[in-house]
Design a protein around this ligand. Structure first.
Ligand SMILES: Cc1cc2nc3c(=O)[nH]c(=O)nc-3n(C[C@H](O)[C@H](O)[C@H](O)COP(=O)(O)OP(=O)(O)OC[C@H]3O[C@@H](n4cnc5c(N)ncnc54)[C@H](O)[C@@H]3O)c2cc1C
Length: 230
């Protein structure tokens, strides 16, 4: 896929259009940091948005759910709109009107297709390795029954928009608010805490490598904030 995200009528950002980013690498970075995607669909004529675990797989986004979940009822072949957002900070401007957020967000327009056959186990490995890096090598493979109870949908990444709000608070040239009023950014990030073992884990069983890797990943992401200026 091209390194430049194409923009059409559906994916064009109109307000603050300068915040639209068409660099494919920016999209990949947003999706590769995301654990959850909000999936919007029209069901029975009504809009419905549900959160699901997600993982990027090349030029597609995988969505994971139980076959009994709302994801199944979204249905293979249905049009979906998927949103992924990272809130990088709160902007304390000198007025509440100008106060806002720093963020990176992606919106994917497309059609969801159910992943079946041998591709399904591979897709589930991609999802597992994204959410719990290294875990598939530490635990047994899913059983046939577990695979049957799991639904995976794939959405292509060919109609996507990315919006990034970064940098210090904007200064309105007509802003006459006193400079003695503090203005700036409070960075926000998701950081993993200390692992809490299950009560049935025997004494002496060590925290596995996958947990260390997962914690390191969120700490890496946290030190990146505040988001760099564009
Ligand atoms: C954390 C966060 C908080 C926000 N808070 C506010 C708020 O309080 N008020 C407000 O007006 N706006 C807010 N926004 C911005 C909002 O998401 C829209 O970008 C904004 O409403 C302008 O949309 P538009 O009219 O340009 O695009 P629309 O005409 O509504 O949409 C056109 C297309 O642009 C793309 N698009 C629009 N917004 C985004 C986006 N954020 N990310 C990726 N693609 C996008 C989509 O593909 C969409 O189909 C927030 C965004 C984020 C991420």
């Amino acid at each position: 896929m091209s390194q430049e995200l194409p923009v059409d009528d559906a994916t064009r950002i109109r307000r603050e259009a300068d915040r639209q980013v068409t660099d494919r690498a920016a999209l990949d970075a947003i999706l590769d940091e995301a654990l959850v995607a909000d999936v919007g669909v029209v069901r029975d004529g009504m809009p419905l948005v549900l959160p699901f675990a997600c993982a990027r797989d090349g030029d597609t986004l995988l969505l994971h759910g139980s076959t009994g979940s709302g994801l199944l009822r979204i249905g293979s072949g249905d049009a979906v709109c998927v949103s992924v957002t990272h809130v990088d900070g709160l902007v304390f401007a000198r007025t509440t009107f100008d106060s806002s957020m720093r963020y990176r967000s992606a919106v994917v327009h497309g059609t969801a297709t159910e992943v079946t056959g041998p591709d399904k186990a591979a897709a589930l490995t991609v999802l597992s390795e994204h959410l719990f890096p290294g875990r598939t090598a530490e635990v047994r493979e899913p059983t046939v029954k577990e695979l049957a109870a799991t639904l995976v949908l794939r959405v292509p990444l060919d109609r996507v928009s990315v919006k990034v709000a970064a940098g210090p608070p904007e200064v309105d040239p007509d802003d006459h608010e006193p400079r003695s009023v503090w203005a700036g950014i409070v960075p926000l990030s998701v950081v993993a805490g200390e692992p809490v073992p299950s009560p049935d884990v025997p004494v002496g069983v060590e925290v596995p490598e996958s947990v260390h890797r997962t914690r390191a990943r969120t700490i890496d992401a946290a030190v990146r904030t505040p988001a760099p200026d564009r």
